[in-house]
Write a protein that binds this ligand. Structure first.
Ligand code: ADP
Length: 211
């Protein structure tokens, strides 16, 4: 099974990705995480990547496509490979076309695209209270998914989680990523998920949809 999670920033894609991967034995490919791992290397490119991510702008298609091609190749070579889950990719029509080409060459295709629907008003509120554990990478929400006391000192706020940058990311989502819904509708791959509900509720919904 090859699943794509599509939705605005803060719609819960990353949070649900973990559970979906466990339930269906899928390997996650999150371009946000791949880019954040690059930043963590402290290499020469790390500074440029961090600067760019701090603006909320999208990275060039070619760069992201190359990173994803690498991730797909290493994932499908693993002996326990069962399927893939894309979180944050594709984000443009160009990326979607690239992904289709790669999968076609591997005799594979996208099984479904889960679209996370959530009102804009909830997005800024959710992201502003998001915190990440720098040791484990686990994502918490100070309101809806409070971190346990012992991890509090490890928490940080993502550089692109400020109110101004969130608004920019939301505009970019509407301009560049939302057209993918029409793109995937043509092949009947879209499944809508109400992402405004509590975690358990949304997760149940996702499981029913993927059955
Ligand atoms: P979110 O879904 O919360 O916006 P991500 O972790 O998926 O966050 O992505 C964080 C940032 O990384 C994006 O705002 C963008 O700058 C960059 N990025 C991630 N995925 C892509 C992609 N597929 N194409 C271009 N840029 C990307």
């Amino acid at each position: 099974m090859i699943v794509i999670l599509l939705g605005p920033p803060g719609s819960g894609k990353g949070t649900h990705a973990e559970e979906i991967c466990q339930n269906y034995d899928l390997t996650p490919i999150s371009t946000g995480n791949i880019l954040r791992n690059l930043i963590a290397t402290n290499s020469n490119v790390a500074k440029d990547v961090a600067e760019m991510m701090g603006t909320g702008e999208l990275f060039p298609d070619e760069m992201v496509n190359n990173l994803v091609a690498e991730a797909i190749n290493s994932s499908i070579q693993k002996p326990d490979y069962k399927g893939l889950l894309f979180d944050g990719y594709p984000r443009t029509v160009c990326q979607a076309v690239f992904l289709e080409e790669i999968l076609k060459n591997l005799n594979k295709q996208v099984s479904c695209v889960l679209v996370f629907n959530i009102p804009d008003s909830m997005i800024v509120e959710r992201i502003s209270s998001r915190r990440v554990d720098k040791i484990t990478g686990k994502v918490y929400n100070l309101i809806s998914m409070p971190p346990p006391k012992e991890v509090i000192e490890n928490l940080f706020q993502r550089i692109d989680d400020t109110e101004e940058v969130i608004k920019n990311r939301l505009n970019i989502y509407k301009e560049q990523t939302e057209p993918l819904i029409a793109h995937y509708s043509k092949s009947n791959l879209i499944k809508n998920i109400d992402a405004s509900k509590e975690f358990e509720n949304t997760q149940k919904n996702i499981s029913l949809t993927l059955q």
